[in-house]
Design a protein around this ligand. Sequence first.
Ligand code: ZN
Length: 529
Amino acid sequence: MRFQPKPLAAAGLLALCSLAHAGEKVWISVGDAALKLLQKQKVVTPAASASPMARLAGTDSSAATADRRAENIHLVQVDEDDLLHLSAAVHRELKRCGGFMFHPSQAEGLASLQRQAGTAKMAAVAALTRPSYTIAQQAVVPGLLSQMQASNIGQTIVDLSAYVNRYYQTAGGVSASDWLKQRWTTLAGGRSDITVEQFTHASWKQKSVIATIKGTDRPTEVVVIGAHLDSINQAGTTETTRAPGADDDASGVASITEVLRTMVANGYKPRRTLKFMAYAAEEVGLRGSQEIATSYANAGTNVVGVMQLDMTNYKGSVNDIYLYTDYTDSAQNTFVSNLIKTYLPTLKVGTDKCGYGCSDHASWTAKGYYASLPFEAAFNQDNPYIHTANDTYANSGNQADHSLKFARLAMAYMVELGSDGSTGIPDKTETFSGSLTLNQTRSFGPFKAGVGSFKASTTGTGDIDLYARRTSVPTTTTYDCKSDGSTSTESCSINLTANGDVYVLLKGYRAGNYNLTVTYKAPAGLLTR
Ligand SMILES: [Zn+2]
């Protein structure tokens, strides 16, 4: 999570800025508080400013008025040398990450500003797919969730926290990236459809790590879950500075690692391509994720959804999961909260805002992609130990139960978006024939059916009545649909909103022969496999 400066930080900032010397000039975007401080010192003049209200007003007017944190955004040029001191100073004051967005050029900064403020909504790529957000994998997801283990997540947090620090410019930061690449490669278990690579960033040492499960029949559509690999200590991070970053953000990396482990352990193969990303250099301006998101947008990659897990293991608030509604996509946020309702119904969900681009999801949003940030707590109630030597597993209670909730949510997200509402159950028709004596009944099923239409119909002699029901065998009084006309020509349908079993019952109101036809059909556009 990145920082947002308060007046108190002025002292350090002012001191910092007047120290500004002729290092390389870089562009960053900051909120009001930081700009006001800098202007007081006449250190910087914004090249451009924009108000987020336009975006908020566009999508959620009530949020616009009620939004106590919707700071304006300003593009300013500063010395690169000041960036490290800058973020260290406000980490010290606010125990928040970064707090500014780094931009490789003024033009990039301007474009990003317009998108952050919502005054320019340029789709990232021409053919960006908006998923159906249909939840249809009830036959698959619960089984996978039940196999996910907090102990595995805890072990990964401990392994990553063992590095002195994972700062983007230190040997520890480089080794942690190499270690994670090896860990994910081992987990991939030699599957030919899985690759693990490191993304090299030209201007710093730490590489981002990306694992890819290639989609079976929609490989050009990509779903991303991410977390940041780097850690920071507000006191300024050298080779020997301790920055375990257990919650920020080893917990996020560990959560997505458990998703990958469980998918491979079950031989899960998605229809769309799934990507697991551990970003470098989040703490110093979202630099790793920005370079990756920019390269995807420039390549025209059709990323259909992005989820960011940054700090998942400290339960600081009454609810379990907080969906942050700024710098994210509201339609996808609704989908994510529906996933929680469907697969994690005991969890309580809240919403909040950062007021600035507070983690890597903002890099994707700035490129026009759909992103969400489920977070461990409400704003200002999150882990107080972040960016210090005390952000340890022990200070998260030596448990990863809170993280497990986020790992399971990420699994549901990847499976549902990865299959795009595909039921995984092919359309089918089955037929049966026979005869019934007076008042004799016969049941059929279970028929495996998914989201869509289930229909049963009969023809025949005599007078046979038809009943159908989800989940268990119907009776003549308990059913989801029936057809009991005076002949044996009967038909009834059930509209299914989730995968499930359906049963049919025939009763001989008068003796006769029957031909029973049972069909299941997914709705148009909803793929069956
Ligand atoms: Zn973080």
